[in-house]
Design a protein around this ligand. Sequence first.
Ligand SMILES: Cc1cc2nc3c(=O)[nH]c(=O)nc-3n(C[C@H](O)[C@H](O)[C@H](O)COP(=O)(O)O)c2cc1C
Length: 266
Amino acid sequence: MHFRLNLALNYLINCEQKILANVQLSNNGSNKRQLGFNYGKLDVYWCGHNYFGVSMSLENNRREYDYGQLTRDSLIDEPFSQFELWMNQAIEAQVQDPTAMSIASVDAQGQPSQRMVLLKHFDTGGFVFYTNLESRKAKEIQGNNKVSLHFPWLQLDRQVIVCGHAVPLPREEVLKYFLSRPVESQLGAWASKQSSLIDSRQTLEDEFNSLKEKYSKGQVPLPDFWGGYRIVPTEIEFWQGGEKRLHDRFRYQLNGTHWEIARLSP
Ligand SMILES: Cc1cc2nc3c(=O)[nH]c(=O)nc-3n(C[C@H](O)[C@H](O)[C@H](O)COP(=O)(O)O)c2cc1C
């Protein structure tokens, strides 16, 4: 309990602000005493024998979305050119990590999970990224190839959402990209058994260093367990935040070989 209390206090002190309000010691009616700090928007309270609960109110954290509007007339007839336009604008606006996208996959129980990956290529065939083929995401994709991508270009009040399915990349394509990576990234791919449990950071560093030694005099080979996917879309939504929460949303939906465009309510 003291350890946890110290942790909580250290957290508050590290925030470099004063503890604004009271330290209360009260009886919450269940014979358990509750020790609470009200710290600005953050409440830290002792919930029982040896753990703390934290609750934070974010209700007033809001802003207007006033960057611009998206109109039907301004949209390009097919989504890849529209995506290219927005990607270029995100790069020009120096959005941080404009190629970072969240990819959501689903496990055998229907439990979705998501994580960021980097978009490395796109064309009219889809969106390409690289990863460890034994990772959680890859295992989930092997069981169910339906995925969704999300690009959060918040600096431009924009998001793009893609729904589609993942197709493994041919090995020649993976090899070509792998060889273009910095050696340290190639070694990093070898060193990490992505998504598996690891006992310490040191284990990872040791593995990396022994691989560095092993491949010090030659090309780092492509690991069998490393590859990539192309996400072939059937639906792409372009979202532009609007004032008064009246956002503009346009969805391109593939119908045969034709993309149909519809406006969605925000
Ligand atoms: C900005 C950013 C970019 C990332 N890019 C990649 C990537 O391209 N490929 C990858 O496998 N993991 C990437 N990661 C790490 C993943 O988010 C994730 O931790 C990892 O792939 C393991 O995910 P999984 O256990 O759900 O399979 C990136 C993380 C961030 C924050």
